[in-house]
Design a protein. Structure first.
Length: 261
């Protein structure tokens, strides 16, 4: 009598076993992806056995093992069976490096996709670094950039005023002239305290070679720290520099009987 043997039933593919285990636990692809940090496309490719949509073998092996361990299955066995199914039942010999990697414990952190920093955050971080560096520079050298800009604005304002010349028709017309004007051309450094009309007094240091023009409607009081430190023009006419008294040379305009020119 001839005996016939029936073929041994083959186990379900790894992808189907993983799908069944996930369904029994009432888990969706999105829930598994959130817990394992494996992308949804890779999870579907593993369950469908779509080997061409999966990454390199070493990475795919780790994904299958992590997925199976999460579902309570033997991840290492299922990962090996997954590649045996892909190779048609003939497993490829593993290299020593692959064996070493398989023996290491797999962690979700190693298999998670890399976090990327957006360009907006990169720009903000760069701007913060530049701001901190500039602030540290100002503090270290005790430099106030706002005071520097104020000084430059005052310099240009004084320079515009100093362009007045009584011989220039464009600036000497009755419409542009005030009642009192005094121009000083300094030939040595000098400090000047000025009181214009009823305004509070202000003191400024002028360098050699600089030119300044003061204008007033009613009165002008100047006090120089040096004698004969500048050439003076009063309403376009030369004016004698006042004498030095009590270490200051004071000039009152318009001249009064008690204060000479």
């Amino acid at each position: 009598m001839k005996m016939t043997t029936s073929p041994m039933p083959t186990a379900d593919p790894v992808g189907s076993r993983l799908t069944q285990a996930r369904t029994e636990r009432h888990l969706s692809i999105d829930e598994v992806a959130a817990h394992t940090r494996i992308s949804r496309s890779n999870l579907r490719a593993i369950e469908e056995g779509a080997y061409d949509r999966l990454p390199a073998d070493s990475f795919t092996r780790g994904l299958v093992q992590l997925y199976a361990n999460f579902l309570g299955l033997d991840g290492r066995e299922l990962a090996a069976t997954f590649f045996v199914e892909r190779d048609g039942g003939h497993p490829k010999p593993l290299t020593p490096l692959q064996k070493c990697r398989m023996s290491q414990a797999l962690e979700p952190k190693k298999l998670a996709e890399q976090t990327r920093i957006s360009s907006a955050w990169s720009a903000l971080i760069l701007l913060a670094c530049i701001t901190c560096s500039f602030t540290a520079f100002c503090l270290y050298y005790s430099w106030n950039p706002f005071a520097y800009l104020t000084d430059r604005a005052f310099y240009y304002s004084s320079k515009v005023k100093s362009s007045f010349h009584p011989a220039d028709p464009a600036t000497s017309t009755p419409h542009n002239q005030t009642r009192l004007s005094l121009q000083a051309v300094f030939h040595q450094d000098c400090g000047v305290r000025a009181v214009i009309d009823d305004q509070p007094s202000s003191e400024q240091q002028y360098l050699k070679g600089s030119t300044i023009l003061w204008e007033a409607q009613q009165s002008l009081h100047l006090s120089f720290s040096q004698a004969n430190c500048a050439e003076l023009l009063y309403n376009g006419d030369p004016l004698t520099f006042p004498p030095l008294e009590n270490e200051r040379a004071s000039l009152f305009l318009p001249p009064s009987p008690t204060h000479g020119p």
